[in-house]
Design a binder for this molecule. Structure first.
Ligand SMILES: *Cc1c(COP(=O)(O)O)cnc(C)c1O
Length: 420
């Protein structure tokens, strides 16, 4: 070590996250549940506070100053998100409550009106329930049928199997970019290119990639993409849908109400332009503005830097986990440099219930998830009802990984001693 060694990314940003500086059960908090929701930097908390203290008003409606400021903030946030994902137009960004609502929007609007009996929808075995259930509802109404892409032996997406499933009958491919359980990074650009050869549309669930790596929707060439604000340093209650302009223009509204119309008569209405057509009612104004602040914050830190630092954390986490007897980590392993997967590990320990692990770790101040992580079909494939999951973000440190590993080993030793 040299004195001039640069501070790690985490060391530079940790002071921006007030919540991280607390003790839980008398131990420093180690927050390793970032795949469920991320923590929020001061810039985001301040944006919420500032909005309600200075600008609170309804958008798009009044001509008074506060309404103009609120509208400017809300629409400015749309511009920020559009730039963040490199959308061709701001009209391609629709604010929703979360990623689940964004998928439902596409399912109800596009799916209900474009799917026919016998049309095929390709999903993967690793989808989040949010990317399964809306399609089931629409399939029940339209007669569309499902095909599911299997996993490879190393528990990654089986691209060859995908190629064997796709056909001219395929109307939609909807899949996760980075699995919230397996941590694998799926080859979405390749899948999209193949799907388009067959005339199928592709929706990308970017909930676990958007917070962690640069995303370019035009380079990816996805038809739709969804993400949740709360997993990318933003507040809850706000997410977004990206959709190609021509598709969004052709799609009918999902919900009706104020804001989404241009003229209303007693028996019919003329709908508003994009993006308002899909934003019925008063939107989550403060939350959208705060999401804009989150996007500014992430851009300021640098998505390339975040991704590179998380690869270092991934390499270190997996190296440390390998030393634990009886542990089974799911999903493909990273390279020695931590490449090829996300900084999260879902695992089981022989003979110990995942919830018991999480409960004991909480006593040590370590917050990890246990359960099925909204991927029940995947857990059936893996043959376990639940897993424990440690998921990291760029404010986490090697020292926290060390403390987590010590706590995990002690927990395992404790359960082993009780079982004997
Ligand atoms: C969190 C998550 C969702 C759902 O996000 P909500 O914010 O709950 O709507 C969907 N897919 C993946 C991969 C997720 O991680």
């Amino acid at each position: 070590m040299t004195i001039t060694q640069e501070k790690t990314l985490a060391a530079q940003v940790r002071s921006d996250f007030p919540i991280l500086h607390q003790e839980v059960h008398g131990k420093p908090l180690i927050y390793f549940d970032n795949a469920a929701t991320s923590q929020k930097p001061l810039a985001v908390l301040n944006a919420l506070h500032h909005y309600y203290e200075q600008d609170n008003s309804n958008v798009h409606r009044a001509i008074h100053t506060l309404s103009a400021r609120a509208t400017e903030g809300y629409e400015g946030a749309r511009d920020k998100v559009a730039r963040f994902v490199n959308a061709a137009s701001r009209q391609e960004i629709i604010f929703t409550r979360n990623a689940s609502e964004a998928i439902n929007l596409v399912a109800y609007s596009w799916g209900l009106h474009n799917l026919q009996p016998g049309d095929e929808i390709i999903l993967t075995m690793m989808e989040h329930h949010s990317n399964i259930v809306p399609w089931q509802i629409v399939a029940q109404k339209t007669g569309a049928v499902f095909k599911y892409v299997q996993l490879t032996e190393t528990e990654a997406l089986d691209l060859e199997h995908f190629k064997s499933l796709i056909s001219p009958k395929t109307k939609l491919v909807s899949l996760v970019h980075v699995s919230n359980t397996l941590g694998c990074i799926n080859p979405v650009a390749e899948i999209i290119a193949i799907a388009h050869q067959y005339g199928a549309k592709v929706l990308i669930d970017a909930c676990q990639s958007m917070p962690h790596m640069p995303i370019d929707v035009q380079a990816m060439d996805c038809d739709w993409l969804v993400a949740s604000g709360h997993k990318m340093c933003g507040p809850t209650g706000i997410g977004f849908l990206y959709g190609k302009l021509d598709l969004l223009l052709a799609m009918p509204p999902f919900m009706g109400g104020g804001e989404m119309i241009s003229e209303v008569f007693l028996d019919y209405s003329i709908y508003g332009d994009l993006p308002q057509k899909f934003e019925a009612g008063t939107p989550a104004i403060a939350e959208a503005i705060a999401l804009g602040a989150a996007v500014d914050y992430l851009t300021g830190v640098g998505m390339d830097k975040i991704h590179a630092y998380e690869e270092e954390l991934t390499a270190y986490l997996f190296k440390q986990l390998r030393g634990i007897p009886g542990i089974r980590v799911y999903g493909p392993p990273p390279t020695a440099e931590g490449k090829g997967r996300a900084a999260l590990a879902s695992f089981t320990v022989e003979g110990i219930n995942a919830n018991d692990l999480a409960t004991m770790l909480d006593q040590e101040g370590v917050a990890i998830r246990s359960g099925n992580h909204c991927t029940q079909p995947l857990h059936r494939v893996l043959g376990v009802p639940s897993t424990a999951r440690a998921s990291l973000y760029f404010y986490n440190t090697r020292a926290e990984i060390d403390a987590f590993i010590v706590a995990l080993k002690e927990t395992i030793d404790f359960f082993r001693s009780v079982m004997e």
